[in-house]
Design a protein around this ligand. Structure first.
Ligand code: FES
Length: 678
């Protein structure tokens, strides 16, 4: 009979020998096994639940006897009586090792549990949030040893949780004394531990043991839309995701028009700061309401955005970003008080972390995309395109990563399009046009049927057919090109030239009638020549940015393309390539990453190490400036044709044959050179 026993933890596989009588929680800590505890082993929080396994474990070479752990003790019995302990579970801080044992740590008992990101490129996020709750027992005051309640709380946190040198704001200090006394000198403290040399900070304090939830908000502040995810900081679950239009649109649709608004109107920057802060504050309220939680339990927010949004949100005049050399007021990450940013919906002590910017035109949103997609870890040459009003573009592999931003304008988001609208029920999101009859069919958001399917009218009666969203216009224009309704220069043909009465005269140009809803009281939805021009400008800017990075890297093709952006997941790779939005690449090498900037914000919210990682990585990303680079203009002009005036698209030619039509009645036209062999 030995006086120690073998303890094996699963799923980690960590093992060690411990003296009989050792608490399972102590054994776990000694081995560095990830077993949670909020109450510090006092049998209050139940976070330390484990599942002992009994019998033969040939894989581990042990047999576990029925008495391998101590019997249930009074604490476990009380816990089971009051709150219930699932069958087969024990509290790790109460059960003692009495013989060789195999102990499973279920996911919910792991601090650093892993959250699988649901997307084409699955990514695991290890939980390690900056904000967490801990339970402490604080010494009572003693007249003979005078010290403040806060100092004794600070000592308790250092001794019981190794949290050294805490600080607290006035709001917490005001409540400290009554809370300590109400809790009988035991309290649950919400602590925020940022990275670097930032001191840990008390965000909230509750009497006794408090099992309240802690939430965080990951916000992607775009020029046109603001998207947010509300996350549970203990397990990373996304409770709700929501978005609103950026109210700054009324000051200018794109970034530079907002910078000029600030330049031309004294106090204009202040107005825009107020508008965007109010919008984020009310988004926090509404997303909390949607999830049915108290916004006061939101303790942290992570924000990503482009440099102009970054400055305007922080209350910094963006004027320097409007002119070379495009100097940022500051580029490093920031950790701030939500109160100072007028975010009153959040907990009064909530913290805000802003990701670092890469450079003058390449912001924290691009850094967030890099964090989410990790181009610097890719063996292949990967091009990542975050499609928005301002496209963020990254190109690279494990040797080097380049980045630029390109002013695509809001056309891809359905703005500046005659029938354009936000992606919402009733918006056309998929389009097909029969190349023989030139007749369209389409799908709208909120209905799985095609417009030619029986029952479509009934199924869409509620929402109506209201307009075209970003992915819908991309498909519509690409389908028009494939059906011979639009030539390579982007001209829409007349009814005579195309053989369809859907090509309607529109001033001196033509439009294609996609849907006439007037009989049902709805709008006529057309694709006009102006719409095609807006899409051409946007896609040329995107392609030119990508080409510029390829030039800089010295490559003329990429191995794969990742489409990201608020609606990146909805863009059809084939249609994007027909338009020439992205360089030619085998279609199965084009994937969608969804809102990668938002995902990057979520990763930084849930994992502190990710903040260190991106703060280090931004220095290695080489920024390429599109605004002053003459080659950008050349690439932009050549990219105006659909798909391109010069660059071959051999992969596209394998799957699509574009009709060689020209509607330029003046003769000539740019012709269709796409189908030449590449
Ligand atoms: Fe809190 Fe075991 S550590 S109940």
């Amino acid at each position: 009979m030995t006086d120690d026993a073998l303890v094996i933890f699963t799923p980690s596989g960590k093992r060690g020998r411990f003296a009989l009588g050792t608490l399972v929680l102590s054994a776990a800590r000694a081995l560095g096994v990830d077993l949670d505890s909020v109450c510090g082993g006092r049998g209050i929080c139940s976070k330390c639940q484990i599942v002992p396994g009994y019998g033969e474990f040939s894989k581990h070479g042990v047999t576990v006897a029925a008495d391998a752990l101590s019997e249930w003790n009074a604490v476990e019995e009380r816990y089971d009586r009051v709150r219930g302990l699932a069958k087969g579970r024990r509290l790790g801080c109460q059960a003692q090792v009495m013989g060789d044992v195999v102990i499973d740590v279920p996911p919910e008992s792991q601090v650093h549990k892993q959250v699988i990101r649901k997307s084409a490129t699955e990514r695991v996020i290890a939980m390690d949030a900056a904000t967490r709750a801990v339970y402490v027992e604080v010494d009572e005051p003693d007249m003979h040893e005078p010290s403040g309640d806060f100092e004794r709380l600070s000592r308790a946190l250092a001794a019981q949780w190794q949290i050294e040198g805490i600080e607290a704001g006035p709001e917490v200090l005001r409540r400290l004394q009554p809370v300590l006394r109400k809790g009988g000198w035991t309290v649950t403290v919400v602590v925020h531990q940022g990275n670097h040399d930032a001191r840990p900070r008390v965000l909230d304090i509750f009497p006794g043991f408090h099992d309240g939830p802690l939430y965080g908000l990951a916000v992607d502040l775009g020029s046109t839309t603001i998207a947010a995810h509300l996350c549970d900081l203990s397990d990373g679950r996304v409770l709700a995701s929501s978005g609103v239009m950026n109210p700054q649109i009324r000051f200018g649709e794109d970034l530079m028009s907002r910078v000029s608004y600030a330049m031309m109107n004294p106090g204009g920057d202040v107005e825009m700061t107020r508008a965007v802060r109010e919008a984020i504050d009310s988004l926090a309220r509404s997303i909390a309401a949607e999830a049915g939680v108290d916004p006061g339990s939101i303790y942290e927010m992570v924000l990503v955005c482009n440099p102009v949004m970054h400055h305007l949100f922080l209350g910094i005049d963006p004027v320097e970003l409007g002119q070379a050399p495009f100097a940022l007021a500051l580029s490093g990450s920031l950790s701030l008080d939500a109160q100072d940013l007028d975010l009153g919906a959040l907990n009064p002590a909530a913290r805000v972390y802003v990701l670092p910017c890469i450079a003058g035109h390449v912001g924290a949103d691009c850094a967030a995309v890099a964090l989410s997609e990790e181009p610097g870890k890719s063996r292949d040459m990967v091009l990542i395109v975050d499609v928005g009003t301002n496209a963020e573009i990254l190109l690279g592999n494990e040797t080097r990563v380049l980045a630029c931003s390109s002013p695509t304008g809001p056309a891809f988001e359905g703005a500046q399009i005659s029938s354009g609208q936000r992606a919402a029920p009733g918006a056309i999101e998929r389009v097909e046009i029969d190349p023989a009859t030139k007749e369209p069919r389409f799908k709208v958001i909120g209905c799985d049927l095609w417009s030619t399917d029986p029952g479509f009218a009934e199924a869409t009666a509620q929402t109506g057919i209201t307009g075209i969203c970003g992915s819908g216009i991309i498909e519509a224009v690409a389908e028009m090109r494939m059906a011979g309704l639009v030539d390579a220069s982007g001209l829409i043909g007349s009814a005579d030239q195309t053989g369809t009465a859907r090509a309607l005269p529109h001033g001196r140009t033509h439009s294609y009638l996609l849907h006439d809803g007037r009989d049902a009281g709805g709008p006529r939805i057309m694709v006009t020549q102006g719409d095609i021009r807006a899409i051409q400008l946007a896609k040329s800017a995107l392609y030119a940015g990508a080409r510029l990075l390829m030039d800089e890297f010295g490559v003329d093709k990429v191995d794969r393309v990742t489409l990201a952006g608020a609606f990146g997941a909805h863009i059809s790779p084939k249609h994007a390539m027909v338009l020439g939005m992205i360089p030619d690449v085998p279609l199965d090498r084009v994937t969608s990453a969804g809102n990668a900037a938002g995902t990057g914000a979520r990763i930084a919210l849930l994992n502190r190490a990710a903040r260190d990682q991106i703060e280090a990585t931004v220095h290695d990303i080489h920024k390429v400036e599109t605004a002053i680079e003459p080659r950008f203009q050349e690439h932009f002009v050549a990219a105006n044709a659909i798909p391109h005036a010069v660059d071959p698209f051999p992969e596209l030619a394998r799957i699509v044959t574009l009709p060689n039509v020209s509607f330029n009645t003046g003769g000539g036209g740019s012709g269709d050179r796409r189908r030449r062999r590449g």
